[in-house]
Design a protein around this ligand. Sequence first.
Ligand code: GAR
Length: 190
Amino acid sequence: MKSLAIFASGRGSNAQNIIRYFRQSKSIRIRLIVSSHEKAGVLDIARNEGIPSLVLDKKEYYGSGESLVKSLTDYQIDGIVLAGFLWLVPTYLIENYPHAIINIHPALLPKYGGKGMYGMHVHEAVWKNKENHTGITIHEVNERYDEGKTLFQATCPLSPQDLPEEIARKVHELEYAHYPRVIEEYFNSQ
Ligand code: GAR
């Protein structure tokens, strides 16, 4: 059995979907929710699901990270799944979890990636450029935003009438359909 932590900064609809997917799993257990924001919706999800959670202290996180690493060790976390987590992952985490941190990005990297490219900012940029398709990228995490090895991509067509909200809806559908299964395959093959 592998124990995973989900890191999320926002409402946590992907986190909810992942938790649901693994509820009965015999190989993967969602053991901890970590959030960068004390008001994040994902913390309500953790409470409702009876999953322990913690809120990061920014200084500590970008500093030694000692208390975060201790918590991850205490909960015997084997891997980390980012689901709408906005802070850069520091070197100490990558060193503690080599090839065991993955992220989902709401576009087809390397397009629409990098610092500041998250959530609706991505969908607005895709819309402004009149793209006729977009998609998702699931990738390993390294020290730079959105640059780790790509594990999986899926695309969806866009029509000229699709506003950023509709683009976001289509991308979320892809995320819900694929992220849990890719997490399962990735961590079960290690
Ligand atoms: C998701 O679309 C995820 O791909 C995106 O944030 C959203 C979180 O939604 N992540 C990024 O933009 C990271 N650069 P959620 O809180 O409802 O799961």
